[in-house]
Design a protein around this ligand. Structure first.
Ligand SMILES: Cc1ncc(COP(=O)(O)O)c(C=O)c1O
Length: 396
């Protein structure tokens, strides 16, 4: 195979493709890595997964011979339904659950199903980069709605919806992160959830409730989701096993309103998501669901506490930060003159990594002096040293 060649692909790409080759291999990790949003390898229940694999293959291994229904392995959809009842207090029929190659695939399907180039989607002022990139690739008009410590601001959402209506623009969906926001680390209050549901119904907009961090709660009780309060079928709910189990399993799910289900499933042309991984996770969680969530929450909570303490020690009075009640991110705001993107190389030189705030902004107009700090991956014993190094490379 030619290692390099002169073939010109540019003339052949589809119009929707913005042609930018990958510059940096993803997957590169630093010792003090506050950039990546997944658990540390030492938090995986590997031995239990080995045992679950043996049991699952022994009993059901022959099923691997088949392609399965696009919605995914029934045993896993049943576990998801059980989990939704246990953790979200909502009754979901496994028939309305779609398992995807991570929730990412389901987000991509929603975009594929609903968006033509130029269509409008509303998100928080800062939002999950993976979704933002997909929306931009689909040439969506992404409008970031301001958020505060209680999540997206409903006055701003209402103004935006009204203005769009006056302009004759029908937004397709509101993509919102309800618990332990990525990157902000805040929650959407129950009162605002009710308000958002009212607005969505009044303006005929779908809500995509992305709650992939909702399991990782350190404080308080789980508040009702919009899914549980929805009476009209305007909410699609997203969950994942990446955060409580492992990102490499690539298993997430969507709870889809019955009326939308046939349309959405028609966009899943992959003959079902990885049955092998689904079987193993279903088998493991059958006996470990509550224990697993409890154990992983402890891990993240200790890391959050260590990070908050380190920030108090090294950047107190020079920066402000959110105090997440769960999940794995906090949002650090530095003095306005500090552009966090410009200092990333220096941080890498000190073996530290973080995500510059501007990357999360649909308009790229805000967040220059901010960064997301993720505490899921770094070892707890390295967090303090990492923040000390970070403080030393920033002009504070
Ligand atoms: C808010 C949010 N949604 C969705 C995803 C996608 O996760 P996965 O595809 O692993 O389920 C992520 C990943 O980090 C995320 O942060």
């Amino acid at each position: 195979m030619a290692e390099t060649g002169s073939f010109d692909y540019n003339a052949l790409f589809a119009h929707r493709v913005t042609v930018a080759p990958r510059m940096v291999a993803s997957g590169q990790l630093y010792t003090y890595d506050f950039a990546v949003g997944h658990p540390a390898p030492d938090a995986l229940p590997l031995q239990e997964l080995v045992e679950a694999t043996a049991r699952a293959l022994d009993r059901d291994g022959r099923e691997l011979a088949h392609y399965i229904a696009a919605e995914g392995y029934l045993g896993l959809r049943q576990i998801v339904a059980k989990k939704m009842a246990l953790h979200e207090h909502v009754t979901v029929d496994p028939e309305h659950i779609i398992i995807g190659n991570g929730s990412s695939q389901l987000i991509a399907m929603l975009i594929d199903c609903f968006l033509d180039p130029g269509d409008t989607v509303l998100t928080e002022e800062f939002t999950y980069v993976g979704t933002l990139r997909r929306l931009q690739r689909a040439r969506a008009n992404v409008i970031g709605v301001p958020a505060d410590e209680h999540g997206m601001r409903m006055d701003a959402l209402e103004d935006t919806l009204r203005t769009l209506q006056q302009q004759g623009v029908q937004p397709k969906f509101i993509y919102t992160l309800t618990n332990f926001h990525n990157p902000l680390g805040v929650d959407l209050s129950v009162e605002r959830k009710r308000h958002m549901l009212r607005l969505a119904t009044a303006y005929g907009v779908l809500i995509v409730e992305d709650d992939v961090y909702g399991d990782l709660r350190f404080e308080g009780d789980t508040p009702p989701s919009m899914l549980s309060m929805d009476t009209t079928g305007c909410v699609v709910w997203l969950g994942t096993f990446s955060k409580i189990m492992a990102a490499g399993l690539r298993l997430g799910w969507a709870v889809v309103p019955p009326g939308l289900f046939p349309y959405l499933i028609d966009h899943k042309l992959d003959s079902g998501t990885n049955t092998f991984a689904s079987m193993v996770v279903a088998e493991y969680l059958q006996g470990h669901l509550e224990q697993r969530v409890h154990d992983i929450v402890q891990v993240y909570q200790h890391k959050r506490d260590t990070l908050l303490h380190a920030l108090d020690t090294y950047v107190s009075g020079k920066a402000t930060w959110t105090r997440p009640k769960g999940g794995m991110f906090l949002w650090l705001t530095l003095p306005p003159e500090i552009d966090t993107e410009r200092h990333l190389d220096k941080a890498h030189g000190a073996d530290v990594n973080y995500y510059p705030g501007v990357a999360f902004s649909p308009s790229k107009a805000t967040g220059r002096n901010c960064m997301r700090l993720a505490y899921g991956y770094p070892l707890r014993s390295t967090i303090e040293e990492g923040i000390k190094r970070l403080a030393s490379v920033l002009p504070l």
